[in-house]
Ligand binder design. Structure first.
Ligand code: ADP
Ligand code: MG
Length: 344
């Protein structure tokens, strides 16, 4: 395993900057998730680390060795990386074994040495016995395991994964996510895992780097990202919080003509000025049927273990999650209380 350092990384396509001065240090053996909405520059960052794209400015080093920047450029095959893409990228005309052997063939490893390494990689992803199959005889989950075995076979020091689960259905995604967690504990490898899915990032990563339009919004543990978001963007993107702009006066939040008493558990981030705040309210912190603020129910969406409510807040809506309530009828008013919020 090896550490990975990015320093002031910049990358543009044409005149459009996509990565805007990104600096990150990923420790050896760490599992880092790069999390952000579609288009924020995650794949571009990963491709620069892999050497598939060149940065316009900044430096990349792997295991303390510079691989990019200051006029230096080490090609992908000499960076000791494994890479798994969203789209499997498994060759359809090759068998499972031939697919996994492919990177070794490129490196001119001898035939006698290839077979045991392929067998070991297939065992790591629990595909032993399926080596002779063709990709069209495999499920989506198995295809992604082939891609994983192919990434592992060269014994990389860093594994780069780009949305590896997003083409799978929900049940397979859960299974493969658990498997990745398990693999991680077995292999001595540094993981850089790109996703737009907060639950994957929260569940798998040691630390999460939240990206927004090519900039780092926050770098912290899943617990801190969730409980102590550094910006309204992180509160909304990761915590699913509703953001309300308004002012604070005598312990009350005034926003869009409505008033909400501030709870005792009120976190303030930065030098919040009372006359100009953004309140971030997570849906699980909204309690229905109590409190002094009356809102109209816009929608009630039963989801099994929980129910989502959308409550009219001026021109916007406040999201709430909680048990099913018969009295929270769409179109009717309901009292709400907020037990915790963050002011930015
Ligand atoms: N080869 C390319 N040429 C031009 N624009 C690109 C190219 N690749 C990505 N982009 C643009 O760069 C931005 C970031 O893309 P990407 O890194 O793929 O984001 P993400 O993986 O976070 O969804 C997007 O606006 C995308 O349209
Ligand atoms: Mg992408």
């Amino acid at each position: 395993m090896a550490s990975v350092s990015l320093e002031g990384l910049e990358k543009s396509y044409g005149a459009t900057p996509v990565v805007k001065g990104l600096s990150l240090h990923i420790a050896s053996g760490e599992f880092l998730a790069l999390l952000g909405p579609s288009g924020c520059g995650k794949t571009t960052t990963l491709r620069v680390i892999a050497g598939l794209e060149q940065a316009h400015a900044g430096r990349v080093s792997i295991g303390g060795q510079p691989v990019e920047g200051d006029g230096q450029y080490v090609p992908p095959e000499r960076r000791q990386l494994g890479m798994v893409f969203q789209s499997y990228a498994v060759w359809p005309h090759l068998t499972v074994e031939e697919n996994v052997a492919y990177p070794l063939r490129l490196k001119k490893v001898s035939r006698a040495d290839i077979a045991p390494q392929v067998a070991a990689a297939l065992a790591q992803v629990r595909l032993t016995g399926l080596g002779a199959r063709r990709p069209d005889q495999l499920s989506g989950g198995q295809l992604q395991r082939v891609a994983l075995a192919r990434a592992l076979v060269g014994q990389p020091k860093v594994l780069l994964l780009d949305e590896p689960l997003s083409n799978l259905d929900a049940a397979l995604r859960d299974e493969l996510r658990a498997e990745l967690g398990h693999l991680r504990s077995q292999l001595g490898l540094t993981f850089i895992y790109v996703t737009h899915d907060q639950s994957e990032a929260l569940g798998l990563a040691d630390r999460i780097a939240v990206l927004n339009e090519g900039l780092l919004e926050q770098l912290a543990t899943p617990h801190d990202i969730y409980h102590s978001p550094a910006s309204p963007f992180v509160a909304r993107f990761v915590g699913g919080a509703t953001l309300l702009k308004g002012r604070v006066d005598e312990g009350q939040l005034h926003a869009d003509g409505l008033t909400l008493p501030l709870p005792g558990d009120c976190r303030r981030v930065g030098s919040t000025r009372s006359e100009h705040v953004t309140a971030a309210i997570r849906s699980e912190d909204v309690v229905l049927g109590e409190g002094s603020t009356q809102l109209t129910v816009l929608a009630r969406l039963f989801q099994g273990s929980t129910t989502e409510y959308r409550l009219r807040w001026g021109e916007h809506f406040l999201r709430a999650h909680g048990p099913w309530r018969d009295d929270a009828h769409p179109g009717r008013p309901i009292a709400i209380r907020v037990r915790r919020l963050t002011l930015f």
